[in-house]
Design a protein around this ligand. Structure first.
Ligand code: AMP
Length: 120
């Protein structure tokens, strides 16, 4: 799937629409999800044009891959989630219900999160 430069996270990265920022460095931007599914629900996105984890791991430079993974860990730590625990999740493609075609990792925490998948 080709990257769509008009997706909402691309617009956030370009500063065209606002976000509730949690953390930013050269590699990542982290912000609160607009429709939180847990008391803490933060999205971490890499600073680059990648649709999915498969696209990212195949095509991103090593420095960005390292920076993205470090950024996810740092944000979870800084949110105080290391001791109580948390969940990270990345949707990819139609079966996962990925809505925004820019790679993002969800960080959920702040309550008991229950079983990993909800039956539908
Ligand atoms: P996904 O289904 O994995 O693609 O998740 C996309 C997520 O982006 C959803 O949880 C949305 O609530 C969230 N979202 C959509 N637009 C925004 C926005 N402008 N700011 C923050 N989160 C957003």
């Amino acid at each position: 799937m080709a990257y769509d430069r008009d997706n909402i996270f691309a617009k956030i990265l370009r500063g065209e629409i606002p976000c509730n920022k949690v953390y930013e460095d050269d590699f990542v931007l982290a912000f609160h999800d607009i429709n939180p599914q847990a008391p803490i629900h933060v999205l971490v996105i890499p600073k680059g044009e990648y649709v999915s984890m498969a696209d990212f791991t195949a095509n991103a430079p090593d420095e960005l891959i390292v920076g993205f993974v470090r950024g996810i860990g740092k944000v979870a730590r800084d949110l105080g989630l290391e001791d109580p625990g948390y969940r990270i999740l990345a949707n990819a493609g139609p079966d996962s219900h990925q809505e925004v075609p820019h790679l993002h990792v969800h960080i959920f925490g702040g309550r008991k999160l229950g079983p990993m998948l909800v039956r539908s």
